[in-house]
Design a protein around this ligand. Structure first.
Ligand code: ADP
Ligand code: MN
Ligand code: MN
Ligand code: MN
Ligand code: MN
Length: 368
């Protein structure tokens, strides 16, 4: 038989695959999968090459290139886009000494590619180094069947209304947990600082948290964790979407960013958190331009004040307030120090853009 049925999808036979995946790998050969962000600013691409040493630092890896005319990053006549390795991870899919390699993109003339938002973020993080900024991301996502409907939803209609699904357990409430569990273990093996996971408000919607980590690291980890959720779900015949508003009248998908500086984390830090909130309140629309990959258009659909979202038009904040733009967690208010939660970024946001804006406004005191 050419394939096996996985749900309604024709798949290759994973037992046959295992015969080859378990072949011993020559000790001096390392498969390096280069991963980069494409022209959409939200989708990832990857390709692999063999190296004959185990890299310890991304700088030891060769710069490579790809056909940018196929990724929305160049025109056909001049299509080479360069990829520069910037972060290394264990490859939990291929195992052994194999590596995943996060890359930045550069144009053929050596200039930073316009879709490469990491480069500018690194510079801003460098400027704000003394603040020791920590970031933690809450990545919401939805598992999808290949017919483009959420995984496990009835084919003609909707599941029962929201309520029982958030942090749920049980086959009638938690859809597709195998993917979540596999991804959690894979992230730990890869060396990603994953904090946890939970089931979300809509059936087939889940969340994982990355961080807190300092500076650029949290964002690098988030991008590689995103790569892995797509890659691992693929093995189960499931697709993943970070679409911020999949279904009207159902919860959208956010990418809450939890943020602190060393001053916020120390005793008396609550005053510094409140100052930061004040600065953020004066730059609401500027931030929204960077909080989704479409300059605010995605958030216009998502930030409806419904389903625990705030207003697109007006900045709000509050302690334990889940309909606010920025929330100060209850515990932080009681401890008198900690962090703030910016609830505005979408699930498909570029964390480099979001964290750069947070630092520009609250640490570097930039105003419009
Ligand atoms: P929510 O209640 O909004 O669902 P989560 O538990 O999903 O919150 O996420 C909160 C995140 O905040 C966690 O990933 C946690 O690691 C992170 N966090 C905790 N302390 C700090 C801090 N001082 N700075 C930044 N992030 C932090
Ligand atoms: Mn070719
Ligand atoms: Mn959460
Ligand atoms: Mn959530
Ligand atoms: Mn949150």
């Amino acid at each position: 038989m050419a394939g096996v049925m996985l749900g309604t999808k024709l798949c290759t036979n994973k037992i046959v695959l295992e015969r080859y995946m378990s072949l011993p790998q020559p000790k001096d050969k390392v498969q390096c999968m280069y991963v980069w962000i494409d022209g959409t600013g939200e989708n990832l691409r990857a390709k692999t090459r063999t190296l004959d040493f185990v890299p310890k630092d991304p700088k030891e890896l060769p710069i490579w290139n790809f056909d940018g005319s196929s990724t929305g990053q160049a025109v056909g006549e001049n299509s080479d886009v360069m990829i520069h390795p910037v972060a290394l991870y264990q490859d939990p899919v291929r195992g052994n000494n194999n590596r995943l390699v996060l890359c930045e993109t550069y144009a053929h003339d050596g200039k930073v590619h316009p879709t490469n938002l990491r480069h500018g973020c690194v510079q801003v993080m460098e400027k704000a180094k003394s603040f020791k900024p920590w970031f933690a991301f809450e990545q919401e996502y939805t598992l999808m069947d290949i017919d483009d409907q959420p995984f496990g939803w009835p084919k003609n209609g909707f599941p029962g209304p929201q309520g029982p699904y958030y942090t749920s357990v049980g086959a009638n409430k938690a859809y597709g947990r195998d993917v979540v569990e596999a991804h959690y273990k894979a992230c730990l093996r890869a060396g990603i600082n994953i904090f946890g996971t939970n089931a979300e408000g809509m059936p087939s919607q889940w969340e994982f948290q990355i961080g807190p980590s300092e500076g650029i690291t949290a964002s690098d980890d988030l991008w590689m964790a995103r790569f892995l959720i797509h890659r691992i779900a693929e093995d189960f015949g499931i697709a993943v979407t970070l679409e911020p508003k999949l279904k009207k009248d159902w919860s959208g998908a956010g990418g809450h960013v939890n943020f602190s500086t060393v001053q916020m984390r120390q005793p008396g830090g609550l005053a510094v958190i409140k100052e930061a909130v004040e600065k953020l309140s004066k730059r609401h629309q500027t931030h929204l331009k960077f909080y989704d990959p479409k300059g605010g258009a995605d958030n216009l659909r998502r930030l409806t004040c419904m389903h625990e979202t705030s207003s697109f038009y007006e900045f709000t904040h509050g302690v334990a307030h889940r309909n606010a733009s920025v929330r100060i967690p209850r515990q932080v208010n009681e401890d008198g120090c900690g962090y703030l939660e910016d609830r505005r970024p979408t699930a498909n946001c570029d964390p480099y853009a979001v964290t750069e804006m947070l630092v520009r406004t609250t640490c570097l005191n930039e105003t419009d």
